[in-house]
Design a protein around this ligand. Structure first.
Ligand code: ATP
Ligand code: MG
Length: 612
């Protein structure tokens, strides 16, 4: 391809609204352009990268035995109502009506369509198992579309769906996809980690995410420094330091989770829900007396943990933080220790809520019979569900809000004083240094970008939608499903996050839009002619070559070549030509050297094999 005839609108300046390197560099390299927030066109250079990712994914899916299909982006509401997700998916789903008032959505995912495809056709166990996949545009009305291709409203996903007779079959299919994903990301030149994940809106029993470690990643991940435990913080648990505590209460909500359990949810601020403590008259010594009576103390203006720590000498670990939320229009309360953070995903999962949000300050009196900043779990109105983190169980003589402005309660014993705690369960967010739930080692927290996600769905969709088969005894059974996604466009962005420097993108060879760029420098017919000849020769050898035949200064050509991240650059100038040589530079290492003009093509082919 000749750059004189190409459309590659590079930018010298960093676009103002682009915060992370992949967004900045893909815009600057003329690879993508935004039509509006979160909606992108993939320009020629960018689309080549996306096609490369797609091709690797397609090859590995085919190799795993999956069959490619293409399903409609426009889906009827009826199937979503059958599965129960028309409501559950919430505002993330883009909905509209046709001229006859029939309801539709633009598919954010395709479990329902798959169940519909198979329900009338698959008859017996002999028709199973199989795996269908597609590479297709998905639409999600993300709360915060940002970071370019990383979190877009419209993006390309590979989604695969396995259909099996039973759990054993699903386990095998899941492992098969897991292995295929490992190969995909390896071939893309991405360093990924697999973590245990929350199943979120999908329901189901098991789930893993494939994560690219990067500072810009929106997911927090917990890794054990001693064993191979790795989990998304949405799901990660720490070992309890105390042994007397019974296991977490059963989760009643494992198949009816909220739709947008995702980065949005985990980045919502802790909200106005608040704290607890005593006042300046309060003596901490009293609080350690085992039979101590609950007592109301004056804590003027102390609405935060820090205020209370300053006002009375009680550590945050002795406070009960009372978090007021509205779950599907009902007031609910989560209790966590003052030194812990509530994990909203765990809370939502426990409740089985579709929508969960922090209560607004004006809802405290109206819905909780309390006051923002001074809410506490003792004597809350009857209708409020109270759920406590496991670590609340071990507390005694704790401090919490008195539901009255400028007052807190001290000497609170959760078992004695908070009659209505419906469960002590895992609600807190793990922190760096927490003990690993597997080996007791220390957990580390790192940021990551989710590029792939696999789920064991089980029979949620097939049961709701009547997708059954007849087993060997002629009995109807629901098909057991799995679903498996890779964010194709997000992979391209994640590759840039992992592979760039201060001059631009450094594409891993398998994703590079072109493998080689030839830069003829200076005004010389001889140079142009040599460049053209090499260009043709490399193309004939089946290589992907860009020839920068633009009438531009050398500096411009060098800058653009580095910005767009082509792995191998060949410079041809009058001087090197006199010696019958070309100059080669490897983008990743910056290493440059001369090669003989006569054997250039074979030498370049060899170099490409050596480049990662
Ligand atoms: P996230 O938690 O990042 O919102 P998700 O868990 O909702 O993602 P899945 O339903 O698991 O996403 O979708 C499969 C894959 O699609 C994800 O692993 C990710 O790579 C990609 N993906 C999801 N949402 C987006 C988006 N808004 N923009 C680009 N890629 C996305
Ligand atoms: Mg996911």
């Amino acid at each position: 391809m000749k750059l004189s005839k190409y459309y590659m609108p590079t930018l010298r300046e960093v676009p103002a609204d682009a915060e992370i390197p992949s967004h900045q560099l893909m815009l600057r390299a003329g690879m993508i352009r935004s039509l509006s927030a979160g909606i992108y066109s993939y320009l020629p250079l960018g689309y080549r990268v996306i096609r490369k990712v797609e091709q690797i994914v397609r090859e590995e899916m085919d190799r795993s035995g999956a069959l490619e299909v293409l399903m409609p982006a426009m889906q009827v509401a009826d199937i979503w109502k059958e599965s129960g997700r028309w409501e559950e998916f919430g505002p993330l789903m883009v909905r509209f009506k046709d001229r006859n008032e029939r309801e539709y959505c633009l598919g954010p995912t395709h479990e329902e369509v798959i169940a519909d495809i198979v329900r009338d056709e698959v008859r017996s166990y002999k028709d199973l198992p199989f795996n269908l996949y597609q590479i297709q545009t998905k639409v999600r009305d993300e709360i915060r579309p940002r970071f370019g291709l990383m979190r877009a409203k419209e993006f390309i996903m590979k989604d695969a769906y396995t259909l099996d007779c039973d759990e054993d079959g699903l386990d095998k299919a899941y492992q098969n996809m897991y292995d295929a994903y490992v190969r995909v990301f390896e071939r893309c030149g991405l360093d990924t980690r697999v973590v245990e994940a929350d199943s979120g809106a999908m329901g189901g029993s098991g789930s893993h995410e494939f994560m690219v470690l990067a500072d810009s990643g929106e997911d927090d991940l917990a890794f054990c420094s001693e064993c191979d435990y790795a989990a998304n913080v949405e799901r990660a648990e720490a070992a309890l330091e105390i042994s007397s505590v019974s296991p977490a209460a059963d989760n009643p909500a494992d198949s009816s989770l909220a739709a947008n359990v995702s980065a949005e949810a985990s980045t919502v601020a802790d909200g106005p829900a608040e704290v607890s403590a005593g006042n300046s008259d309060y003596s901490p010594a009293e609080a350690t007396t085992s039979e101590a009576e609950i007592e109301k103390v004056h804590t003027p203006d102390a609405t935060t943990i820090e205020d209370l720590v300053d006002m009375i000498e009680v550590s945050p670990g002795k406070m009960i933080k009372t978090m007021a939320y509205i779950a599907d229009d009902q007031p609910v309360v989560a209790l966590v220790r003052g030194d812990d953070q509530l994990n909203e995903v765990k809370f939502r999962n426990y409740l089985g809520a579709i929508e969960l949000r922090p209560a607004h300050p004006d809802e405290f009196s109206e819905k909780f019979g309390s006051v923002a900043g001074f809410i506490g779990p003792v004597d809350l109105p009857e209708n409020i569900r109270i759920v406590a983190d496991r670590r609340i169980q071990e507390l005694d003589k704790a401090v919490t809000g008195a539901n009255e402005k400028d007052y807190h309660l001290v000497n609170v014993n959760p078992h004695r004083d908070i009659a209505k705690i419906e469960a002590f369960t895992e609600l807190r967010t793990v922190q760096a240094g927490d003990p690993c739930p597997r080996c007791g080692g220390s957990l580390e927290i790192k940021s990551g970008i989710e590029v792939g996600h696999i789920f064991k769905l089980g029979t949620k969709y097939s049961s709701n939608m009547g997708a059954t088969y007849l087993d060997e005894n002629g009995k109807a059974q629901p098909i057991v499903m799995g679903s498996y996604g890779i964010g194709i466009t997000r992979v391209a962005a994640a590759a840039v996050e992992q592979h760039h420097d201060d001059r631009g993108i450094v594409w891993p060879l398998p994703l590079a839009p072109f493998q080689i760029i030839i830069l003829p420098l200076g005004n010389s017919d001889e140079v142009d002619w040599a460049a053209e000849e090499l260009y043709k020769e490399l193309q004939e050898a089946g290589l992907e070559v860009l020839l920068d035949d633009r009438d531009e200064r050398a500096g411009v050509k060098f800058n653009d070549a580095e910005l767009i991240g082509i792995p191998l650059r060949i410079t041809i100038g009058s001087r090197s030509l006199e010696n019958d040589e070309f100059e080669v530079q490897i983008r990743r290492t910056g290493k440059d050297f001369n090669i003989d003009r006569s054997s250039a093509c074979s030498k370049i082919e060899k170099l490409l094999e050596e480049i990662e």
